[in-house]
Write a protein that binds this ligand. Structure first.
Ligand code: MOS
Length: 745
């Protein structure tokens, strides 16, 4: 008898029912007694100083408990310290209510605390500040000349600097048979997860708090609160089991967390601070970026030159960076290459990672330029990519741990019907609409970080595994349960995964598509240690059939340890508990990846995206009518939740290429569409036929699971595939995202 492994099965998410019935509680929904409500007031100027505020007047409103500003906020040692958080870029963090100084438009300048939410919100509407204004700069394009190299720092560990120059780029470009040059612009984007940022702080008595926070990192927030308020870490508990989307916005502790905890400690009360939708545009964004590419090839289409330069926005107080320009020499071998990345500090909040940070920006420029080069050389875009296929990563001179991109091309093209493409632009029609087929490659680095996990065999012989990790809606609970269940050979209903709580064993922030690798590996390690412990206990039972055996000699199946060669020799998990004097059996493991070993290989997930667009030439309307994304991301633990991730990335690709942007008025230094009415994202009518393929890819290097991560790869290749399809339909290459129809007319 053997149990079918759960890894690889399309299991529906275990918390799905709780979420769709409203039973799952989010950070701003915990009912705690005697609760105060905080509402944030934001700066209406971009730079300068607060001179005065009408706080005395507003405080007279019955039901207003307190108004916190820079004038009466508690003095904290932190205001003079450098401590920030696990995901902080180099620099000095933003400190809410620190000083009267205004660093960006929308900066929180006061927190109204009231007996009801409505009252706090009303009072916020009449609290006014007098400012002394100063000149500011928020326009990247107008300040491009001020680009400079980023400062190095700890957070840049996962974001390597551009690779070294190779050969002579100028000579190679001048000698190339075909050259393509482009300037690519990306505007600001805001994450806008459905769940608003909120923190409910429960005041537990002297210096002790329990915090329900919307975050992608419970431990990150625990350490932040402990450090900022000078509390013992054990007195700070951050709980976040359900998260209504993050996309990167919750990688760092946000200001509502600071304000909620500050008030709870000051007033010794329970406090909730919830931001509204417009305030979701006041704490981090995908930075606007301007890129230049110059690629060249010989007469046969073999690439000879790669030049890629990007200049991005950051704040004046932190150097946020992305991996934008590292990809071209990894994907395409070239004897000559040069990559440059610069930052322009502006009067804005520090940008923060947003789904596929850097990769989705850089690959847009790279894959559009490659498409143009293929077009010039009159080579099919897939053939062109095969002709320039990297069998090893020449940007860092290492082999790939695995790379099935070729299969992505083959299987994706087949499913899409690429062979029906007439290479000539403007040659395909459907009625009065121009039809275009476009494709592009995607890549995303497969990362892994250290993490801890605990595995416990309960007195009933069931398994509990624990990790502080969150589940930002990706299916983490389900996938971790599958991994744990397989380790002990138990069915899913015998396994409980406890998570989303800083009290649980350490997990890093959830992001970078590294959660399955990172936390999954820790769970595997804890499960393996538990199996060894169980075998040891089995061997100590009198007349044990397992004496002298190794872990390889036995199997764990359905609540029993069995002899591999003679499964009739078995012992029940419950008997092991009995032998353990009726006590639970537990093991905690810290999985630290062997970075020296891992560094011998380049590790990345790849994808090929295929898109069909229809363009109404009279109206300029662009419709993505069909798309296929083929993904090579190692072992797919759960094809259902994984497919969901890729589909989400594909919808976002349509958003990125055609809809989404935060529009600034640089006369005011202010975002002008801070609401979901004017911040356009796709609606159902924009989404048609989307298909996902996972190609088989075995990787024994990335981690023990062989899993590369699928959270971001769906958003990397498809945006340029859309731009390439629009070129094929119309003959017009639009390098500015989002592509609005006015650019086509
Ligand atoms: Mo993702 S941008 O790493 O949450």
């Amino acid at each position: 008898m053997s149990i079918k492994p759960l890894i690889g099965q399309p299991i529906s998410r275990l918390e799905g029912h709780l979420k769709v019935t409203g039973a799952a509680k989010y950070a701003g929904e915990y009912n705690v007694s005697d609760l105060l409500y905080g509402y944030v007031v934001n700066s209406t100027i971009t730079k300068g100083k607060i001179i005065s505020m009408n706080t005395d007047e507003v405080k007279k409103i019955p039901g207003i408990v307190e108004i916190f500003t820079h004038e009466n906020r508690p003095s904290l040692a932190w205001f003079d310290m450098q401590y920030s958080d696990m995901d902080a870029p180099p620099g000095s963090p933003f400190r809410p209510l620190h000083k009267p100084d205004i660093k960006y438009n929308g900066q929180p300048i006061a927190l109204i605390v009231a007996e009801t939410f409505e009252l706090a919100r009303y009072a916020a509407s009449i609290l006014k500040a007098e400012y002394q204004t100063e000149a500011f700069k928020t326009d990247l394009e107008a300040n491009l000349g001020e680009g400079r190299k980023p400062q190095p720092g700890l957070a840049t560990m996962l974001k390597p600097p551009p690779p070294k120059d190779k050969g002579d780029i100028d000579l190679a470009l001048s000698a190339a048979a075909f050259t393509s040059k482009g300037t690519f612009t990306h505007g600001t984007e805001h994450h806008n997860p459905l769940e608003l940022f909120a923190t409910t702080t429960v005041y537990e008595g002297k210096g002790k708090v329990t915090i329900y926070d919307k975050t992608q990192g419970t431990v990150n927030c625990q350490l932040y609160v402990g450090n900022v308020f000078g509390l013992h870490f054990k007195d700070v508990r951050v709980i976040s089991p359900y998260v209504g989307g993050g996309f990167g916005s919750g990688l760092r502790p946000q200001y509502q967390l600071f304000l909620s905890v500050m008030v709870a400690l000051e007033l010794k009360r329970n406090v909730r601070v919830t931001l509204d939708r417009s305030q979701m545009f006041t704490f981090g964004h995908r930075p606007p970026t301007i890129q230049k590419t110059k690629f060249g090839s010989d007469i046969n289409g073999k690439i000879t030159a790669l030049y890629h330069e990007a200049t991005a926005e950051t704040s004046l107080y932190e150097d946020y960076t992305e991996t934008v320009v590292n990809w071209a020499p990894m994907i395409y071998p070239s004897p000559n290459s040069k990559m440059e990345y610069n930052l322009v500090p502006l009067d804005v909040f520090t940008p923060i990672d947003m789904r596929a940070p850097g990769g989705s920006t850089g690959l847009h420029a790279i894959e559009s330029t490659i498409d143009d080069l293929a077009h010039q050389a009159k080579i099919d875009p897939i053939q062109f990519r095969l002709l320039n296929y990297a069998e090893r990563d020449e940007s860092v001179n290492r082999p790939f741990s695995s790379k099935e991109l070729k299969q992505c091309f083959i299987q994706g093209a087949e499913k899409f019907g690429w062979d029906k493409r007439n290479p000539e632009p403007r040659s395909m029609r459907n009625g009065n609409k121009l039809v275009g087929y476009g494709m592009a490659t995607g890549a995303w680095e497969s990362m892994i970080l250290p993490a801890r996990a605990e595995a416990i065999l309960t007195t009933e012989g069931k398994l509990i595994v624990k990790s502080a990790v969150t589940d930002i809606g990706t299916g983490t609970l389900t996938v971790m349960s599958q991994i744990a269940a397989d380790e002990l050979g138990l069915p899913l209903d015998q396994v409980t995964f406890e998570y989303g709580d800083s009290k649980m064993p350490f997990a890093p922030i959830q992001g970078g598509s590294f959660t399955v690798s990172t936390v999954g590996s820790a769970i595997k390690a804890a499960g393996k240690a538990l199996r060894k412990k169980l075998l040891k206990i089995a061997q100590h039972i009198p007349h044990s059939a397992f004496k002298g055996l190794e872990i390889e000699d036995v199997v764990f199946q359905d609540g029993y340890i069995r002899l591999k060669l003679d499964p009739s020799k078995e012992i029940a998990f419950t008997a092991l508990i009995h032998a353990n004097k009726g006590k639970v059996i537990r093991t905690k493991n810290f999985n630290v990846p062997n970075l020296l070993k891992l560094k011998k290989h380049s590790r990345a997930a790849h994808s090929a995206a295929f898109v069909e667009v229809e363009v109404d030439e009279e109206l300029g309307v662009i419709n993505v009518t069909r798309a296929v994304t083929a993904v090579a991301a190692g072992k797919i633990i759960n094809p259902k939740t994984a497919r969901s991730q890729i589909l989400g990335g594909m919808v976002w690709s349509i958003s990125k290429a055609l809809r989404e942007e935060t529009i600034s008025d640089h006369n005011f230094g202010k975002y002008m569409n801070q609401n979901l009415g004017e911040y356009h994202i796709p609606v159902h009518a924009d989404i048609h036929d989307l298909d996902v393929i996972f190609v088989e890819e075995n990787d024994e290097i990335v981690n023990e699971l062989g899993s590369k991560g699928i959270g971001e790869i769906g958003l990397v290749g498809m945006p340029p595939a859309i731009a390439n399809a629009i070129f094929h339909a119309t003959g017009k290459r639009i390098n500015e995202f989002p592509i609005h129809f006015d650019k086509l007319l």
